[in-house]
Design a protein around this ligand. Sequence first.
Ligand code: GDP
Ligand code: MN
Length: 376
Amino acid sequence: MNIHEYQAREIFARHGIPVPASEVATTPEEAARAADRFGGSVVVKAQVHAGGRGKAGGVKLAASRSEARTHAERILGMRIKGIEVRRVLVAPAEEIASEAYVGIVLDRARQADTIMVSSEGGVDIEEVAATMPEAIRKLAVDPRYGLLGHQAALLGYHLYEDPRVARQAASILARLYEAYRASGATLAEINPLIVNADGDVTAIDAKMNIDDNALFRMPEIAALRDVEAENPAEVRAREARLSYIQLEGNVGCCVNGAGLAMATMDLVKYYGGEPANFLDIGGSSNPDKVVAALELITEDPSVNSILFNIFGGITRCDDVANGIVEATSRMEPGVPITIRLTGTNEEQGVAILADHGFEAMVDMDRAVETAVRRGA
Ligand code: GDP
Ligand code: MN
């Protein structure tokens, strides 16, 4: 789950990370009033679940109340990476002496929470990683001990020479790690971490991703979810209890079981296609789920071929067949459907589909190849 910068700022501040005061505004007038309260220059920042807001024109400095209003007018309602901006954050503008990057991610390859720091801050860290990986220092944290004092200190000194500043950075890293652990995060990032006009280290951006599987034990974090800022298809999938992730391709996949779904996506790629989604309808025999799944898939305008890949175990092929028949009678998908069914009640399933003009296949390779060809 993604949360907004203003929410991550609150979490960081609660863990003792120095973060400048800020207010959230939903109208230009509110932004102007916030600027009044802070006095002096402010920064107006789009609050969306997307990085690179600065480059997209979603972060603007304002020297006056009226300028803050003008910027808020322009930023509210703009789209950044397809997401509409509904809120802006207003904060006193900091004078920046230097910009660094600090972040913690769950690194699956290292199987560890990994801290990354770089004095190449403010810019796109993926770009730094690609063009000058040596500029990023990484440390895998052993969860038995957490981030040890000397480790934090070394990272602090990697960023700054001045001991006073390096110690501030070390303390921020320790607190960032605490915030990350306490929130069930898979990512906590400050980019940029700045040295301000007073020579103090301060976070002027905040980003966190939360592990969906940790939310059940943290209702106060779960409550931060902003459904309006999320992909509407993924929101509806979650409500229908389907595991659905929208991807970039054209072959819509409807599969039962996460492992089979992954194998299906691999095979789509193997035959030269691109999956439009990951979709696991789960192990139950519920035709409503099939209907919900087909609706989700067909609403994606990039889908021009639909593939059902069903391995009947607990799921019964006849139930899925009924679901497909019912779903296609409720709505005309308008694109070819390829169906592979095998396992429990396969014969009944194939017969139900044949009655309604669908040819079901048993061979997975053949079905995937056909679906890819139909979408080519
Ligand atoms: P992002 O582009 O979405 O990561 O948004 P950031 O919050 O990181 O802002 C982008 C850039 O705007 C930063 O790297 C800074 O250079 C600049 N910026 C943000 N806040 C301030 C501020 O308070 N003062 C100044 N001078 N620049 C700022
Ligand atoms: Mn940033």
